[in-house]
Write a protein that binds this ligand. Structure first.
Ligand SMILES: [Zn+2]
Ligand SMILES: [Zn+2]
Length: 316
């Protein structure tokens, strides 16, 4: 087993002297607060860390990686662009509560990304049909799949001048090259492009009765999984690597159950990296996340709400 479970020390947090007092305390005490930031569980044999050797990425090593990957010109840009690929799913709505309040899935993703990456603007561009994308496709176990390098080419050709990154999102399955079965997504931090699919987060993905799959609604479970994977993948574009310090939004994942168990929130080490880039006020950001999560009647979002209330209390 090639695990790199490591002891976390205050040095991994880097220099936090300039932070406001309550944020400093939140980060340093957070390193020992197992109810807010649980330890990384021992991996099972099919889990990510059993087959991937991950190094710990301290604040300082993250910043070195950021500077070596991201050009000084792009470093100053403050827009994250989301490009929906394929068209049918983009009108899908999510029923948020029992009174029937609905909101478009895309608008919810945009709102979640806007609070997770507080300090940046998240813009959803018009959706692009697969024909317009001009990307190679194939059928794999009954699912139409899109070839990732072709998607990168398209995204780079449409690069807005104020973009930090341009990310394709889709409900279609993806493959990176012929020899692979599929991937959930991929990101190229040096180019600022990424693409990820929510297809396999839908419990109906393996449904053989295709009539059931054609639904105009997206479940809150798919929204929950999609918000988390989107935040994780965009963090990769900001040069964050997988986290081996704590149970964290930046943990690697090999399968759906592992992704499900991954928290929505980052550990203190990864939070400080985000703070350095986005310059948000931690408490205000958590309050905005709380507002988002508490508007969705779903057990996962309610769990996130409880976590956020505890975190906000610590920052007060
Ligand atoms: Zn990852
Ligand atoms: Zn972390």
């Amino acid at each position: 087993m090639a695990t790199a479970l490591t002891i976390t020390t205050i040095r991994d947090l880097g220099n936090f002297e300039k932070l406001p007092k309550e944020e400093k305390t939140f980060l340093t005490k957070g390193l020992k607060n197992r109810s807010l930031f649980p330890a990384l569980p021992e991996p099972d044999e099919d889990d990510w860390l059993s087959s991937h050797s991950e190094m710990k990425q301290s604040q300082d090593s993250w910043w070195q990686r950021f500077q070596s990957f991201i050009s000084p010109v792009r470093e100053k840009k403050k827009n994250i662009y989301l490009v929906p690929l394929g068209e049918k799913w983009t009108t899908s709505e999510v029923e948020l509560d029992k009174t029937g309040t609905k909101e478009s899935f895309l608008s919810l993703l945009q709102r979640f990304a806007s609070v997770f990456f507080t300090g940046f603007q998240v813009v959803v561009l018009p959706s692009v049909s697969i024909a317009k994308l001009k990307c190679k496709t194939r059928r794999h176990h009954g699912h139409k799949q899109l070839l990732i390098p072709d998607i990168y080419k398209y995204l780079q050709s449409k690069w807005p001048s104020d973009a930090f990154c341009v990310v394709g999102i889709t409900m279609m399955d993806l493959y990176p090259r012929e020899s692979w079965n599929y991937v959930f997504g991929q990101a190229l931090p040096s180019a600022g492009v990424g693409v990820f699919s929510f297809a396999r987060y839908d419990p109906l993905f393996h449904e053989e009765d295709r009539a059931k799959v054609v639904s105009s609604n997206t479940s809150t479970l798919v929204l929950w999984r999609s918000c988390k994977v989107m935040a994780h993948e965009i963090c990769h574009l900001f040069a964050l690597q997988h986290c081996v310090f704590f149970s964290c939004a930046m943990n690697g994942s090999n399968h759906l159950e592992e992704s499900n168990n991954r928290p929505m929130f980052t550990c203190p080490i990864c939070l400080h990296k985000l703070k350095s880039r986005f310059a948000f006020n931690m408490k205000e950001r958590y309050q905005a996340m709380l507002e988002f999560c508490s508007s969705v009647e779903d057990e996962n979002f309610q769990g996130a709400t409880i976590w956020l209330q505890k975190a906000i209390e610590k920052l007060s």
